[in-house]
Design a protein around this ligand. Structure first.
Ligand code: SAH
Length: 513
């Protein structure tokens, strides 16, 4: 029981879920964001550390198989020590903290030192991995019970202390954690105690992750198949008739892009949405920021235009970044969307229009063709002679819009609202994946993503590392840049949107299955 606390310190024991970072609880994420110190495990997805405070101290307390990085007692001591220093500590553990996670022991240590704590449950691997393998652990036609069992009882004990007689026939579905090494003994014991050899078994490795692997068989043959195929931990073992339902209910590891690794090259502040699209199709996404959006060298031009916004007839946004840059400058000048007044607004495409809506602005014009030429074409039917047009742009914007509209008699003001800079380097994880030839497809969503990646890697290395990699480009202009750099373009959607690019990547791989 928690007694009167001796310290301002506090410990959250948080279940990180089985691997898919979306499977942490709302409460768990909230507590990660609050912590000053985070102790995390081998099995807790490191991506969750994104939710941590910038100044949080991150401590890896991992255990890999039997090779313990830190002994359990050291982890307990560290938790206690940090809490006694008055820190808010998050202990992030794979799955659920109280299911084979020694969370109970960590809690006991906290109680012994009268340190207050909270337990945030998580989706345990047995439940998460089975769900992502399409195996319902219970089903009225097959079983009414499920047991969670450890397949490895620590250094001094082995699986022989399990009550096999009862377990074998007492529970419909049996889920073993940490059971891969002892699989031959486990399957033999179950059969020796009355479970039929033809009972279906599934091994699920890295369940819920993009690299999930599932091996199915029977009690009689699964240990041998696992040995032959070199199937490794960490995996759970599901024993029981429910395993047969996977044939019908499989949904995750048969998605069109499952098993494909896709490199998304994007502006750092834009990477999210496209990656989510690809992940929803099953891809493992690596993000490589190739653009860093920065303020212009001087705001003079933009500020000048904003000061006389009332003079303009049209305001044109040709990218999401332009919308972001323009409105953040308005806000910095202590203005808001009302400053635009009756000025009409053109957005280059639906995505840009959607962003404008976040600022309370409905686009008056969206061209059919989502690029600069399309914007010019969209104005063809309108008389813009003598009209004042404001086009806040990036420093690398092409001249198509200002030149095209000026040619039709408009007076175009095109101040630089943001700059596209190259980041310092390619993330090491991306570089390794490229070097190990693990990347199936690379996506370019703007010319600058291609030219910046080439700059970052150096042109020879760029071509060398992308050899054999499928190239997906958002549209003809980006494709031309890719070809100029020496790449062959394999995928280019008809519509220049991320959704269309995703759909074409899916079709490309479907036709190759
Ligand atoms: N507390 C954790 C279990 C820790 S024991 C939980 O609730 O999930 C470690 C074992 O969990 C591993 O040996 C493996 O059997 C299982 N495990 C953890 N994550 C897994 C995953 N993503 N896929 C399959 N098994 C996993």
């Amino acid at each position: 029981m928690q007694k009167y606390p001796q310290t301002n310190g506090f410990v959250y024991l948080i279940g990180a879920g089985p691997g898919d970072p979306g499977l942490i609880t709302v409460r768990g994420r909230e507590c990660i964001g609050r912590a000053e110190v985070i102790l995390y495990d081998y099995l807790a997805n490191e991506e969750l550390l994104r939710h941590a405070r910038q100044d949080a101290e991150l401590i890896y307390a991992g255990k890999v198989g039997g090779a313990h990085n830190r002994e359990q007692s050291q982890i307990n001591d560290l938790l206690v020590q940090k809490a006694l220093e008055g820190k808010i500590v998050a202990r992030l553990k794979g799955g659920d903290p109280f299911v084979f996670g020694r969370g109970g022991e960590e809690c006991e240590a906290l109680v012994a030192h009268q340190i207050p704590f909270e337990i945030v449950p998580g989706v345990t691997a047995g439940i998460g991995a089975a769900a992502y393998a399409g195996i319902p652990l219970t089903h009225r036609d097959f079983t009414t019970s499920v047991a969670f069992v450890t397949g490895h009882e620590g250094h001094d004990k082995d699986v022989s202390t399990i009550d096999w007689e009862r377990l074998s026939v007492g529970s419909g579905t049996i889920v073993f954690y940490m059971g891969i090494k002892n699989l031959p003994q486990i399957t033999a014991s179950l059969m020796a105690h009355g479970r039929p050899p033809e009972t279906p078994v599934a091994l699920i490795r890295w369940g819920t992750r993009p690299d999930q692997e599932v091996l199915t068989g029977t009690l009689a043959d699964i240990a041998e198949t696992a040995r032959k195929t070199g199937f490794k931990a960490p995996a759970i073992t599901v024993v029981g008739e429910v395993v047969t339902l996977r044939k019908k209910l499989r949904w995750f590891d048969n998605r069109p892009l499952f098993g494909r690794t896709i490199l998304v090259t994007r502006a750092a502040d834009q990477a999210g949405e496209f990656s989510r699209f690809l992940e929803a199709q099953g891809a493992r996404v690596l993000e490589c920021p190739t653009i860093r959006i920065a303020p212009p060298e001087s705001f003079a031009g933009l500020d000048d235009a904003i000061a006389r916004l009332a003079d303009f007839h049209w305001l044109i946004f040709s990218s999401a970044n332009a919308v972001g840059a323009f409105f953040s400058r308005l806000h910095a000048l202590e203005l808001d969307s009302r400053a635009i007044g009756p000025c009409k607004v053109c957005a280059v495409g639906p995505k840009t229009a959607e962003l404008l809506q976040h600022h309370g602005i409905r686009a008056d014009l969206i061209p059919d063709d989502y690029k600069g030429e399309g914007v010019v074409a969209a104005f063809a039917a309108r008389n813009i002679r003598g009209q004042q047009i404001l086009f806040p742009k990036g420093d690398r914007a092409r001249e198509v819009i200002p030149a095209g509209l000026a040619q039709r008699g408009a007076e175009v003001t095109a101040p630089v609202a943001y700059r596209n800079l190259a980041p310092d380097a390619v993330p090491p994880s991306v570089l390794t994946a490229l070097e190990e030839r693990r990347v199936d497809c690379v996506t370019f969503t703007a010319s600058s993503t291609a030219s910046n990646l080439a700059d970052l890697l150096g042109e020879n290395r760029f071509l060398n590392l992308l050899e054999g990699v499928t190239v997906a480009s958002i549209g003809p202009i980006t494709s031309r840049t890719c070809r100029d750099l020496g790449l062959e373009v394999h995928i280019e959607p008809r519509e220049y949107t991320l959704a269309a690019l995703t759909a074409d990547i899916v079709n490309y791989y479907r036709s190759r299955m």
